[in-house]
Write a protein that binds this ligand. Structure first.
Ligand SMILES: Nc1ncnc2c1ncn2[C@@H]1O[C@H](COP(=O)(O)OP(=O)(O)OP(=O)(O)O)[C@@H](O)[C@H]1O
Ligand SMILES: [Mg+2]
Length: 190
């Protein structure tokens, strides 16, 4: 399912609508280049779960835990990790398997180390339209299929026409940024 966001607020609202369908153990991987809107999406999601703290990409600490009234939200950012083996150092799979809700920026970075069941939220820039983003959702596993179906059903009842699934674009139309500069040269927070 592909959605079209026309503003930061719309991206946050999408994250917020997903929040109400998450369960303990839900895993949401966020993909897309620098500035694609992953953290903005997480901001909306976290706020809707009741997180009061300011949300930024946890680029340097790799994972931040937030208490919510319904349990723990873990926010990972794998951008700085160089090898899949480094995931063991932060007990990534152990943490994903417990009762928290996990959201993982750059969660598709290591194709050989994807969780068993996850919802993928793939954000992309739109060339020439700095305030727009395409957000593609896909389920990978039975739990996330149920989650996506519930979310899509709710979204289709709430969203205005322009928020509904947009036409599929060819890869070359998508607004990907080029090579990333080294992490220390970037401002990595929204
Ligand atoms: N429709 C939109 N949705 C989300 N962000 C938008 C949108 N339009 C403009 N923006 C801007 O794009 C930037 C998105 O930043 P954000 O930190 O969410 O990206 P990110 O994907 O998390 O990047 P990084 O990989 O560096 O963590 C923000 O500066 C935000 O204001
Ligand atoms: Mg981010």
């Amino acid at each position: 399912m592909r959605l079209h966001s026309k503003s930061v607020e719309e991206t946050e609202a999408l994250g917020a609508t997903l929040a109400s369908h998450l369960h303990s153990g839900s895993i949401v991987l966020l993909a897309g280049d620098l500035g694609a809107g992953k953290t903005q999406f997480v901001k909306g999601l976290a706020r809707a779960l009741g997180v009061a703290e300011h949300i930024t990409s946890p680029t340097f600490n790799l994972m931040v835990e937030h208490a919510t009234p319904t349990g723990t939200l873990r926010h990972f950012d794998l951008y700085r990790l160089e090898r899949a083996a480094d995931l063991d150092d932060i007990d990534y799979f152990g943490l994903l398997e417990d009762d928290a809700v996990s959201v993982v920026e750059w969660g598709d970075k290591f194709a050989c180390a994807l969780p068993r069941d996850y919802l993928l939220v793939d954000c992309a820039l739109v060339p020439g339209l700095p305030d727009e983003r395409l957000i593609e959702l896909s389920a990978h596993g039975p739990k996330s299929e149920k989650l996506l179906a519930a979310w899509a059903h709710a979204a289709s009842r709430q969203a205005p026409e322009e928020q509904r699934p947009a036409r599929r674009q060819a890869p070359e139309e998508r607004g990907r940024l080029g090579e990333h500069p080294p992490p220390e040269e970037q401002s990595h927070d929204a």
